[in-house]
Write a protein that binds this ligand. Structure first.
Ligand code: ADP
Length: 914
């Protein structure tokens, strides 16, 4: 029996044999075709007849094969007589391109045959359907299987491949799997596929919003059958406003996924169940894999987090003697590869001995008393210098009875702990600082426009004697000095208005004394900008305030002092412009004190003096801010003024000279008398030299007289030769010149010195000395040994003054020598005058062999009026004046006793010398 027979039998509810013998009389929905012996169709009858394409209207009669569809037609060979006792499956060409599937048999009928057929379309369709379903089922389980086993990384690709084969198989133009996003509670396109000729409705990752929420998730839905486009406008737009099929997938929590098919309304071979199965075959493994992925990620995250935090779980094993630890926790606890399951005692060894016992005891409490564990412990570190590592250990009991488990975690809290310790230390320091500082820190809370005291630092008590409890809104105003209350109220108003304030008022302490407080406060506001509290600082500035007052008063006193002082007092800028000057200065400058600012001091100085002045000022420094000098000025209406001038530089924080404060005293009179003294000393020197001078003048006169006498004698003899006369007259002329030179020099020497110093060559003074004293000394038998200066230097001063010094020194030497000569006539007196110089100084020595100066007198010989000579002989001024002159030239006059006698040294700075 063929499989076709079996099905046919089943269809009729009988065995195939019976089916073959079915009585012809029985009405049947079938088709009867009468055939002739050749197989021509003579007549068609019965119910199915209208369904045939062919209605036998044309002649000649067609063969049965002509009515059949092509493949079926080929299966009928021969004539009806050959077809007897065979079941025939014939497919007729139906109307409107349909096919009519039939099964039946031929029976002899008169001289022809009758072909009895039944419609088996349903049967075939059912079979096809079953096959289809079988295939669908296989496909579904295949997809499911592949989705379940593929790697997580390939999952999207594998899924998309299935989606594509599904689309191709059922000719779905656009298909997508949409999943419910648990987090955002909306629908997300997980994967999609569009046929190459279809528009792409969806892309992976696209969010469809919540338009799928309201749908019935029990059956596949065709957009066509959904009610009203207006109810689901969003849904329709998701499908491009075209046809669509939506297949839900439900899991225990409801609809978890939709399979969307766009431009599609279904397939005749796939019923609702099939669609649901297909959707489930795709969605169920996908969701489970995604859950697995999420779980996996979650685990990774947790592990990463634990690693980062230095945290991890632990569990005491039921014996209570062993502990199991999260691998990453074990790694952070002990860098060596220690096992994650270990004996409790070994694990406790990792804990610092200081905390070990406590932890052990608490672990026991957890096991025996079920007491939750919470403690902080340090790890044992080999390097004690490093900061300790702190862990928080927390544990609890899970379950009950035999199911009890002891689980907990450890968390690295070193950062927090160390910060806590640092913060505590800093806090303590700060507290200490606040408490010991002279400032009181306070907080005032804002209540309805007023500020109420809320906190005072401990320094309040030592400062004012009050405590916080005694400070109320009202008392704090009462403590403020009545005169300062306006200031205080304004301070609060300004604080509230502008957010910060700085004011100064007096506050009473417990003893009733007032303190000047400097109050600096800031207003703190909340996020809305409303005032919350004011934080401020009270600084006791009583002393400073009183001191400031005193300074003000003393400033006044000083001002008066400055104004009334007979000394000149002024302030001027480094460019010598006056900024202030008192009355005495104004008097000298012939103006009023008010006119002084702006006047330049340099106007009264010669160019040289000004340069020297500016140079001196520029040498002031914060370390050496004071300099004193004598300056000479050409004042209006005055011949010349000498001021002793003391300057003090005022510097800014960068050491830059800002201003100079100066005090001056008129030294002109002193100078004048000094000059007079010098002059008198000079005159005295001249007097001293009178003898020498007489000799100097006498000498040429004698020579001249001799010459004249000789000439007169020759004239008397009448023996006058021109040559002889000329020679004598020339000799007289030379002697006249010599005498004139001496007289000239005397005149120059006797003149008053110029006021201002000039550079000159000291050799001039040496020469002058020699020309004045040379002859006189020789007359006295003193050998004056002058070593000429073989160098050229310049010194500042007056050549006649230096000459006076040298004369004084030589004359003193001469006196000592003469005195000694008187006692000892064999004595050979000499005076040596020699000099040397270096880059900065020139030194002129005057040495004699007069036996020197008594050591006890060495100190005193420069004093004015000190003399060892008889009254009327010595004035005691020579050395004193000389000393002054040399000092004035910036040099030094000194004396030592040498081997033979006194050795004086005149040391002078060289002009332009370093
Ligand atoms: P005077 O020469 O009028 O005494 P001075 O001031 O010139 O005044 O000298 C002071 C004193 O110094 C002299 O009286 C003398 O005793 C001593 N004196 C100065 N020069 C010499 C010298 N070369 N040798 C010894 N004594 C000297």
């Amino acid at each position: 029996m063929t499989s076709g027979d079996k099905i046919f039998g089943r269809l009729l509810g009988r065995s195939s044999a019976q089916a073959l013998q079915a009585p012809a009389s029985q009405p049947s929905p079938g088709l009867h075709l009468r055939l002739d012996q050749q197989g021509h169709v003579l007549q068609i009858s019965r119910a199915l007849r209208p369904q045939l394409a062919h209605h036998l209207s044309a002649q000649p009669q067609p063969l049965l094969r002509d009515l059949l569809c092509l493949p079926g037609a080929l299966s009928i060979e021969g004539t009806p007589v050959d077809w007897q006792r065979n079941s025939l499956d014939l497919d007729f060409q139906g109307a409107a391109d349909t096919i009519l599937h039939t099964r039946g048999w031929v029976e002899p009928d008169g001289d022809g045959w009758i072909l009895r057929l039944l419609d088996i379309s349903d049967l075939l369709q059912g079979r096809q359907l079953a096959q289809q379903r079988e295939q669908n089922h296989q496909l579904a389980s295949q997809m499911s299987e592949q989705l379940r086993v593929c790697s997580l990384t390939r999952l999207p690709q594998v899924f998309n491949d299935h989606l594509r084969s599904l689309a191709q198989r059922w000719r779905i133009p656009c298909v997508a799997m949409v999943l419910l996003d648990q987090q955002d509670q909306d629908w997300l396109v997980y994967s999609s596929h569009s046929a190459h000729d279809a528009p792409q409705l969806w892309t992976p990752g696209q969010r469809l919003g919540t338009c799928l929420d309201s749908l019935n998730g029990n059956t596949p839905l065709s957009l066509k059958h959904l009610q009203g486009r207006s109810e689901h406008p969003r849904l329709y737009s998701v499908f491009g406003n075209a046809e669509g099929l939506l297949v839900p997938y439900r899991d225990s929590q409801g609809v978890a996924a939709w399979l969307l098919c766009g431009f599609y309304s279904g397939h005749p071979d796939v019923n609702e169940r099939d669609w649901l199965n297909l959707a489930a075959a795709l969605a169920a493994p996908l969701l489970s894999r995604l859950r697995e992925q999420r779980h996996h990620q979650q685990l990774e995250r947790v592990e990463a987090l634990q690693g980062l935090l230095g945290t991890g779980w632990w569990e005491l094993l039921s014996s209570g003697e062993e502990i199991l630890l999260a691998p990453q926790l074990m790694r952070s606890l002990s860098p060596e590869d220690a096992p994650t399951r270990q004996v409790l005692g070994n694990w406790l060894e990792l804990i610092h001995p200081a905390d070990r016992q406590e932890l052990n005891s608490r672990l026991q409490d957890l096991q025996t008393l079920s007491k939750p564990l919470l403690t902080s412990v340090r790890l044992l570190r080999t390097d004690a210098k490093q900061n300790p590592i702190w862990y928080r250990v927390q544990g609890q009991v899970l379950g009950a009875g035999d199911q009890r488990r002891w689980i907990g975690f450890m968390l690295d809290i070193s950062d927090i702990k160390n910060q806590q310790l640092q913060a505590a230390a800093a806090h303590a320091r700060l507290d200490n600082l606040i408490a010991s500082s002279p400032a009181v820190i306070y907080v005032q809370r804002y209540v309805n426009g007023a500020l109420h005291p809320a906190f005072f630092s401990d320094s309040l008590l030592p400062l004012l004697g009050w405590t916080l409890a005694e400070c109320t809104h009202d008392t704090s105003v009462e403590w403020v000095h009545p005169d300062d209350r306006d200031v205080y109220f304004e301070r609060t108003r300004q604080l509230l208005r502008e957010g910060s304030v700085r004011s100064r008022y007096r506050v009473r302490d417990r003893q009733g004394n007032y303190h000047w407080l400097l109050d600096e406060a800031k207003l703190l506001r909340d996020d809305l900008g409303l005032p919350v509290e004011a934080v401020g600082l009270w600084l006791d500035v009583t002393e400073a305030t009183l001191a400031a007052q005193q300074i003000k008063e003393s400033e006044e006193r000083y001002r008066i002092l400055v104004e009334d002082s007979p000394a000149m007092i002024c302030r001027y800028r480094p460019d010598l412009t006056l900024t202030f000057g008192n009355t005495p200065l104004a008097n000298y400058l012939e103006c009023t004190p008010a006119q002084l600012p702006g006047i330049n001091l340099g106007e009264w100085l010669s160019a040289e003096q000004r340069n020297a002045f500016v140079k001196r000022i520029s040498q002031l420094s914060p370390e050496f801010p004071v300099s004193t000098a004598e300056i000479s000025l050409q004042l209006p209406g005055r011949e010349h003024a000498w001021w002793v001038w003391s300057d003090r530089g005022v510097f800014d924080e960068h050491g830059q000279l800002q201003e100079i404060q100066a005090v001056g005293r008129d030294n002109t009179e002193v100078r004048r008398s000094q000059q007079q003294l010098t002059q008198s000393a000079k005159m005295a020197t001249l007097g001293e030299m009178a003898t020498g001078l007489a000799h100097e003048i006498n000498q040429p006169l004698n020579v001249m007289r001799m010459a004249i006498v000789n000439v007169l004698k020759r004239l008397g003899n009448g023996d006058v030769q021109i040559d002889y006369l000329t020679e004598k007259l020339q000799r007289i002329d030379a002697q006249v010149q010599r005498a004139a030179r001496v007289v000239d020099h005397m005149r120059v020497f006797g003149r008053r010195s110029e006021v201002e110093q000039q550079p000159f060559d000291p050799a001039q003074a040496v020469e002058g000395t020699q020309s004045l004293l040379g002859e006189g000394l020789r007359g006295k038998g003193v050998d004056l040994r002058i070593t000429p200066m073989d160098f050229n230097v310049q010194v500042n001063g007056h050549v006649d003054q230096l000459e006076q010094v040298l004369i004084n020194l030589v004359v003193n030497a001469r006196d000592a020598l003469v005195a000694r000569h008187e006692k000892n006539h064999g004595f050979q007196p000499w005076i040596a005058l020699y000099s040397e110089h270096d880059s900065r100084h020139v030194r002129i020595w005057i040495e004699d062999n007069g036996g020197g100066i008594d050591a006890r007198l060495l100190e005193r010989i420069f004093e004015p009026f000190f003399t060892t000579k008889p009254i009327g002989v010595g004035t005691g001024l020579g050395l004193s004046v000389s000393y002054g002159i040399v000092e004035n030239m910036g040099g030094r006059l000194s004396v030592v006793n040498s081997e033979h006698g006194a050795r004086f040294c005149v040391e002078l700075p060289v002009v332009g010398g370093g």
